[in-house]
Design a protein around this ligand. Sequence first.
Ligand code: ZN
Ligand code: FE
Ligand code: FE
Length: 196
Amino acid sequence: MAETPTLHDAFIDELRDAYDAEKQLTKALPKLAKAATAPKLRQAFESHLAETQNQIARLEEAFGLLDEKVRGKHCDGIEGIIEEGKSVMEEDFEGETMDACLIAAGQRAEHYEMAAYGTLVAWARAMGHDDVAGLLQQTLDEEKAADEKLSALAEGGINAEAASGAHGEDDAEADDAAKPMPAPKKAAAAGRGARK
Ligand code: ZN
Ligand code: FE
Ligand code: FE
């Protein structure tokens, strides 16, 4: 009879899932970068691609510390999120409207990763794998920073620019007239990510 798998087994499984997710993201991020109009948004996706490659190296180091073979296990969750991002890129959105949609897609991926690494760090700490927990915490911090950067870009002008053309030509004047009105300070804008 096979032994009942433990939390350690579940942990290794989740690490393999994260490893596969990061690999999928290294293919998706260049597409997001290419589709972006705002140079700062393109740079954000490109710099997160470099971080993602480093996150893959960190996971390889974690497998080594745990005496496990480096192996991925297909991550269905991130595949779905990437598929949704691809659908958005196939739409005819332009300029800031497309940028706002790319940010939305990117933040879905970051939040998924934050959930995954949050669990991995907690499990590693609970089981006393402190060295691995430290590595995973570095990645979790990067995912949070990437999410916050996307929020800052959305709220720093991209959403407002996209919104200014949101209601078509007829509405343009009304939208322009509305512009000087102060925006509510704590608007629950799309593109706002989770805060610590
Ligand atoms: Zn363990
Ligand atoms: Fe990542
Ligand atoms: Fe990420």
